[in-house]
Design a protein around this ligand. Structure first.
Ligand SMILES: NC(=O)c1ccc[n+]([C@@H]2O[C@H](COP(=O)([O-])OP(=O)(O)OC[C@H]3O[C@@H](n4cnc5c(N)ncnc54)[C@H](O)[C@@H]3O)[C@@H](O)[C@H]2O)c1
Ligand SMILES: [Fe+2]
Length: 401
């Protein structure tokens, strides 16, 4: 009998696990980036570089560090797209794609959080194959390879540096577009703790909860499998041990470095065992009210766990053990409930609000209905362990408000 998982039966007749992105970790890895490129036969000759980033990351001095890393090298930065908007959007991505083609870019550096990395991914798709983001929405719609992406995450949440996914807003239809394709895996992920040293405390908390949500949802979704499960539990343990310290103390600390790893591991898990109802609700609230993705997940997470509990109590018991909940002979169901309590307690200690009303989302019936309608359309809902009718999802959404 497995000590953490209880060794549950395999529930899938077949599965694919893919995590092709090479991962380089180390304090100062960005400074020596060109050496890493030169020793990679497929990257060495790709010398026309575009850097994607956003205003906050540039203001934190990280863009200058990347420029410095490329100075006096065989590589030339031919385009800098440094104004990626938060959670980005389809129009911006299209304009960025035009710049990539104008400058004949052969290598992309995505320096930032999920907003920047996802923008770079989709811009590279449009640069290669034309059209717009919406043309590639859904699974397996990207027709072929894209310009290789070097992903340098500066937040500790999305894990886009190792995933096959990319998300942007469709501002016209006020919804999020999710693309999933094996061609969207970045070529290289550079985890350099210097890149998260400046991340403000609240963004450490919010993005850290995005990673926790990835891990918990991947571990309990309908397409779970053992490799993703191991990565998810490892990530949960790292987050339980390090998130609070990472929130408290800036700098390239051990806690922030471990949160970088946790985010990457959780993302490798959910890239293969997809996320569920938390993300479906969070995407919808994000699209309608501009709530940050990680914060939006953090709010919905315990409510969705309560909702899913009857279907996945043994999995939540394993989550409780990974979170460090003490076992005192309680039943598996009680342990599963303790996982939810532990998530709520961690949120509180990290200063994360409990309900959407605290971040300005209205609580009226029309709002609940609008969020519910978008949630029902979201692809992530299909991987949730409990399927439900509209009225039941509406009741769940209403509890989160
Ligand atoms: N592709 C995927 O697999 C995946 C998974 C989950 C979420 N997402 C998407 O990622 C997006 C959210 O990304 P995010 O949570 O990483 O946040 P973000 O990229 O939107 O960044 C949030 C803010 O933090 C600032 N910031 C980032 N790093 C900083 C640093 N080191 N120092 C100072 N400021 C810094 C940015 O300037 C920005 O203002 C959403 O669009 C979400 O849908 C994608
Ligand atoms: Fe997420």
């Amino acid at each position: 009998m497995g000590l953490i998982t209880g060794n549950p039966p395999l529930t899938r007749p077949d599965a694919t696990f893919a995590a092709p992105t090479e991962i380089k970790y180390g304090v100062g890895k960005v400074d020596s980036l060109t050496i890493e490129l030169q020793i990679a036969p497929d990257l060495a000759e790709r010398t026309r570089v575009a850097v994607f980033t956003d205003a906050g990351v540039a203001a934190a001095g990280l863009l200058d560090q990347v420029r410095q890393a490329f100075a006096d090298s065989e590589y030339t930065i031919v385009a800098v797209i440094d104004d990626v908007p938060p959670e980005s959007d389809a129009e911006f991505v299209k304009r960025a794609a035009t710049k990539l083609n104008e400058q004949e870019v052969s290598l992309i550096v995505a320096l930032g959080g999920g907003s920047v990395m996802d923008t770079a991914k989709i811009a590279a798709v449009i640069a290669a194959y034309g059209g717009e983001a919406g043309d590639y929405e859904g699974g397996f719609m990207v027709p072929g390879p894209i310009t290789p992406i070097i992903a340098i995450p500066t937040t500790v949440g999305t894990g886009s540096e190792v995933t096959l996914a990319a998300v942007v807003k469709d501002n016209v239809r006020r919804r999020k577009l999710t693309l999933a394709s094996p061609f969207l895996f970045p070529r290289l992920a550079v985890l350099d703790p210097n890149m998260v040293a400046t991340l403000p405390a609240k963004l450490v908390a919010w993005t850290g909860f995005d990673a926790l949500t990835h891990a918990i949802e991947a571990y309990s979704c309908v397409e779970r499998e053992p490799i993703s499960a191991a990565l998810a539990l490892g990530a949960i343990e790292l987050i339980a041990d390090n998130l609070e310290a990472a929130v408290r103390e800036p700098g390239p600390t051990e806690a922030r470095a471990k949160m970088q790893y946790a985010a990457t591991m959780a993302a490798m898990a959910f890239s293969n065992s997809p996320v569920g109802a938390v993300h479906a609700i969070a995407h919808s609230v994000g699209a309608l009210f501009g709530v940050h993705h990680g914060l939006s997940n953090a709010i919905a997470l315990p409510f969705v766990m309560e909702f899913n509990l009857p279907a996945v109590a043994p999995h939540y018991a394993a989550v409780a053990r990974a979170l460090g909940v003490a076992e005192t002979g309680q039943s598996p169901d009680a342990l599963a409930e303790a996982a939810i309590a532990a998530v709520r307690a961690l949120k509180q200690r990290c200063g994360v609000p409990a309900q959407y009303r605290e971040v300005g989302v209205p609580t009226d019936a029309d709002t609940a209905a609008a969020i519910t309608d978008l949630t029902l359309e979201d692809i992530c809902l299909s991987f949730n362990p409990i399927k439900a009718e509209r009225e039941t999802i509406l009741a769940l959404v209403t509890r989160t408000l």
